[in-house]
Design a protein around this ligand. Structure first.
Ligand SMILES: *[C@@H]1O[C@H](CO)[C@@H](O)[C@H](O)[C@H]1NC(C)=O
Ligand SMILES: *[C@@H]1O[C@H](CO)[C@@H](O)[C@H](O)[C@H]1NC(C)=O
Ligand SMILES: *[C@@H]1O[C@H](CO)[C@@H](O)[C@H](O)[C@H]1NC(C)=O
Ligand SMILES: *[C@@H]1O[C@H](CO)[C@@H](O)[C@H](O)[C@H]1NC(C)=O
Ligand SMILES: *[C@@H]1O[C@H](CO)[C@@H](O)[C@H](O)[C@H]1NC(C)=O
Ligand SMILES: *[C@@H]1O[C@H](CO)[C@@H](O)[C@H](O)[C@H]1NC(C)=O
Ligand SMILES: *[C@@H]1O[C@H](CO)[C@@H](O)[C@H](O)[C@H]1NC(C)=O
Ligand SMILES: *[C@@H]1O[C@H](CO)[C@@H](O)[C@H](O)[C@H]1NC(C)=O
Ligand SMILES: *[C@@H]1O[C@H](CO)[C@@H](O)[C@H](O)[C@H]1NC(C)=O
Length: 786
């Protein structure tokens, strides 16, 4: 469409007959005046007059037609602008050239300058010019289709997809880029990007004769010094080297991508793509980027690492030429050999990994050699200072016979460079890189060990001090003593008398549980699966098999064994014995046929079987059990993990508290403790325990309160929510209480026949138990009045 518009504009100016032609070529007598644009067939590029930046001068150029910010990629008369915007015209000129004229002047300001020998063969009447969708302006011989001239052969400062960079020896074409003088002036600037064909082909940006930056040699895939550049689904690169030409070019796999490589007026090489979304050019890459990109930053035999504070270092076997300048961070003097090399007397090569290869202008390149032959070639010539393979695939050979200049260390990409070093250096480095126990690593190891030990000592000291400050040390120790005096085989024959615990061997356990079959699995406790089993005498048992990698280590295990063995109460699960066999640790309990309370309570059908009488009985049973733990047993015990799933029900629905793995023993008159390992179950943990790790018998009281409310309401505290206000069960109960309708908390599954007074009283107790204790300053009445 854009093309048609352009043609229509042209038609209004010129001969209407010509415009009936369907293609966008303009024949010899067609002018392109200032103000007109010639748009390529697909509308991607446009040709016309323009004024760059703040300039008033007129230039003929090609720009991206679809890019809103005018971006010129080629300029015809860059050094001969036209002074006004009225008189410029592009036309076929004389015998067979395309030229730009200033008004009626007889000499063009710019011409394609095709030599007469070519033009004689062509009749000018058959010439036409057109702008292709690739951005190439071509002058063609209409009937033959021969391209006589094309703008791609005369790049200015920009390389676009399909253009070539390099040389064509046969046609004498010099495909190099020359920067603009400034943003306002496209005439030849100071900076040239040119393919250096001495040694391994390598793009150089030069200011006059001085090299500013190198691309690094072509490595078969990319330029060695531009690791970021890689073939991907959007771009592909091609490198041609034959007797006719040597060139680099790239292509996009989608011609709606606008992409350009440019040498700008400041001497920077930039690669950018147009982002349609943001309407701006996005820069992928620009060079020189960091300090190490500046050619020869670290001088001869220096290596530059942009990630080091001290940018410059010497390649192996070399030392700074001038220590003073080196410390002043001026590495440009480079490095010299540490000692004279005795060629052929034990010298060798050390590898520098992932580097930008040095300037190869004076190197010998033989792409037919492999890396082994390359080493041989370099080793056999004493003036060879280093070598590397030519391509990343390991083929080809570049051998340097002089300074190694402009080596840069990459973290990613780059190639390996082998540097010739003397015998001493070679021996030294192999000694130092002898694996893990090199001197450097040993020193490091020692330092680490010392630091580790110191940390441990400090940590212990700190913990000791902290514990002592809290006056808990003695009491904690009594617990520890209790536990550590227990041998791992607590319940084996010799010490059997101590707690009167029967031992079961592993075989009988396997027999009883049918080899721990899945069918016999009752569930998973905190520390491992629980299986149902049957002893030969017919007794049913529950076997808790502690998983090897469970948190319940030997400590918790002993804890549980000791505790339960000592506790005898009808509301506590009774332990029948234990089993220890190497890694296996098992506890054998009486089997309770009605599983745990949560199975019934939180189940829609199960809860209907729990009438008030049963619930009443369960609550009182739990309360008795807790009271026994807290007050009546020989030890003061905090269960720390009271919850519905730890309340087991026997055949006549009597509750029994289980799972003492987390319980802690307090000294007879101790009422509060502190733990650095908060264990328990959220939803049942008292706030001060969950947040500060502070626990006491009050923590159990809190859990009991939650449990009580759960039993009455049939709802879980965690995971409870009301439709209208999001709060947990406790808040909900409190709200109902405050609103004077606590009765609504009662589980509908209980039916309607229960004594209201009693239920309300239980709810009150539950609420008291979970109330913030510090605020009301009194203990929950559970252990006395429940
Ligand atoms: C443009 O003006 C400059 C000086 O003002 C003059 O030297 C140059 O020849 C002019 N160019 C053309 C094409 O008229
Ligand atoms: C160019 O020539 C045409 C006729 O040949 C004339 O009308 C016009 O004024 C001339 N323009 C200039 C700038 O000399
Ligand atoms: C064409 O040739 C003339 C004279 O040889 C020269 O001044 C001019 O710069 C050349 N133009 C181009 C575009 O090469
Ligand atoms: C190619 O062109 C550039 C820029 O004009 C120039 O510096 C270089 O010497 C030319 N090279 C050859 C071989 O002509
Ligand atoms: C380029 O070279 C010129 C002349 O040698 C010098 O004045 C200028 O500072 C150089 N520019 C850069 C960026 O090196
Ligand atoms: C390029 O081609 C020339 C001649 O065909 C050959 O001598 C040279 O080794 C080649 N260089 C590379 C880097 O392939
Ligand atoms: C080219 O890219 C455009 C937008 O980025 C996408 O819509 C189109 O499908 C692509 N075409 C091809 C051939 O991948
Ligand atoms: C070593 O290489 C240099 C530089 O290419 C060359 O001048 C010299 O003849 C070579 N010496 C031998 C022994 O091959
Ligand atoms: C050996 O190598 C180490 C570290 O690489 C270096 O500090 C030392 O100076 C070297 N010794 C000699 C004799 O080169």
């Amino acid at each position: 469409m854009d093309c048609l518009v352009a043609l229509l504009i042209l038609c209004s100016f010129f001969n209407k007959k010509l415009c009936s032609a369907t293609d966008d070529t303009i024949t010899h007598n067609k002018f392109l005046r200032d103000g007109d644009t010639l748009v390529s067939n697909g509308g991607i590029y446009a040709l016309g007059f323009f004024s760059p930046g703040n300039s008033q001068k007129r230039y003929v150029g090609i720009w991206f037609n679809k890019v809103s910010e005018q971006t010129v990629v080629w300029v015809a008369n860059r050094n001969n602008p036209i002074n006004d915007s009225l008189s410029g015209v592009v036309k076929i000129y004389g015998p067979g050239n395309l030229a730009i004229f200033n008004g009626n002047a007889s000499n063009p300001v710019w011409s394609t300058n095709i030599s007469t020998t070519v033009t004689e063969k062509t009749s000018s009447s058959a010439l036409s010019y057109k702008l292709l969708d690739s951005g190439n302006l071509v002058l063609v011989q209409q009937n033959k289709g021969d391209v006589l001239w094309q703008s791609f052969d005369y790049p200015t400062d920009t390389l676009i997809a399909g253009m070539k960079f390099g040389f064509n020896w046969k046609l004498g074409l010099n495909w190099s880029l020359t920067s603009w003088k400034s943003r306002d002036d496209p005439s030849n600037g100071d900076f040239v990007l040119i393919l250096n064909t001495r040694g391994a082909p390598d793009g150089h940006i030069k200011n006059g004769s001085r090299v500013i930056w190198r691309t690094g040699p072509w490595n078969g895939r990319t330029w060695n010094g531009i690791p970021l550049m890689s073939t991907n689904f959007l771009f592909h690169y091609s490198f041609i080297n034959n007797s006719d030409e040597i060139s680099f070019s790239y292509g996009t796999n989608n011609n709606s991508i606008f992409d350009r490589l440019q040498v700008d007026d400041m001497g920077f090489f930039r690669r950018s793509s147009w982002l349609e979304d943001t309407h701006r050019w996005n820069e992928f890459y620009s060079a020189p980027g960091d300090a190490c990109d500046h050619y020869g930053k670290c001088g001869a035999f220096g290596s530059c690492n942009p990630n080091n504070a001290q940018l410059c270092s010497c390649v192996p076997g070399y030392k700074p030429k001038s220590q003073k300048d080196w410390y002043l961070k001026d590495g440009s003097q480079g490095c010299v050999r540490k000692r004279e090399i005795l060629c052929g007397k034990g010298d060798g090569f050390l590898k520098l990994e992932k580097v930008k290869l040095p300037d190869s202008s004076n190197a010998r390149v033989d792409m037919s050699l492999g890396i082994k032959d390359c080493e041989t070639e370099c080793r056999n010539n004493c003036s060879c200072t280093g070598y590397s393979s030519g391509y990343v695939d390991g083929s080809g050979c570049i051998a340097w016979f002089g300074d190694l200049t402009d080596v840069k260390q990459f973290t990613e990409g780059g190639q390996d460079l082998f540097v010739r070093v003397d015998a001493i250096e070679l021996r030294n480095s192999t000694r130092h890189s002898k694996g893990f126990f090199s001197k450097k690593n040993l020193v490091l190891l020692c330092v680490l060990i010392v630091v580790g030990l110191l940390t441990l000592i400090f940590a212990f000291y700190y913990l000791f001090r902290r514990a002592k400050r809290r006056g808990l040390l003695l009491k904690e120790r009594s617990l520890h003593e209790l536990l550590s005096n227990l041998p791992a085989s607590e319940c084996n024959e010799e010490s059997n008398s101590k707690f009167d615990l029967p031992i079961f061997d592993l075989d009988s356990m396997m027999l009883a549980t049918e080899n721990f079959s899945l069918a016999n699995k009752l569930g998973s406790g905190g520390f491992g699966p629980v299986y149902k089993g049957k002893l030969p005498d017919g007794r049913e048992i529950a076997v808790k098999r502690l998983s090897k990698n469970s948190g319940q280590g030997i400590i918790e295990f002993k804890n549980e064994v000791v505790l339960i063995a000592k506790l005898q109460h009808r509301n506590l699960v009774q332990i029948l014995g234990c089993c220890i066999d190497k890694e296996e640790k098992m506890l054998v309990y009486e089997y309770l046929s009605n599983k745990s309370l949560d199975f019934l309570l939180f189940d829609r059908t199960g809860s209907t079987s729990l009438d008030w009488g049963m619930r009443h009985n369960i609550i009182l049973g739990i309360a008795r059990g807790v009271l026994y733990l807290h007050e009546d047993s020989r030890l003061r015990i905090v269960h720390r993990d009271l919850k519905a799933s730890n309340i087991l029900l026997d055949a006549s629905m009597n509750p029994k508290i289980s799972d003492f793995g987390m319980a802690r023993i307090f000294g007879g008159n101790q009422t509060q403790g502190n733990t650095n390992r908060v264990v328990g179950t959220y939803g049942y943990m008292s706030p001060e325990y969950a947040m500060d790790g502070l626990f006491s018998i009050k923590s159990d009281v809190f859990s009991f309160g939650v449990l009580l409310l759960e039993i009455i309401s049939g709802k879980k505290n965690s995971g409870f929510y009301c439709e209208d206000h999001s709060m947990n069960l406790i808040m909900h109960a409190w709200k109902l209480w405050k609103d004077g309708r606590p009765f609504e908390l009662a589980d509908r599954a209980m039916g309607t026949s229960f004594p209201e007074q009693e239920v309300v009283k239980f709810i009150q107790v539950g609420i008291l138990c979970v109330q913030k204790m510090r605020m009301i300053g009194q203990r929950c009445p559970v252990s006395s009045s429940c």
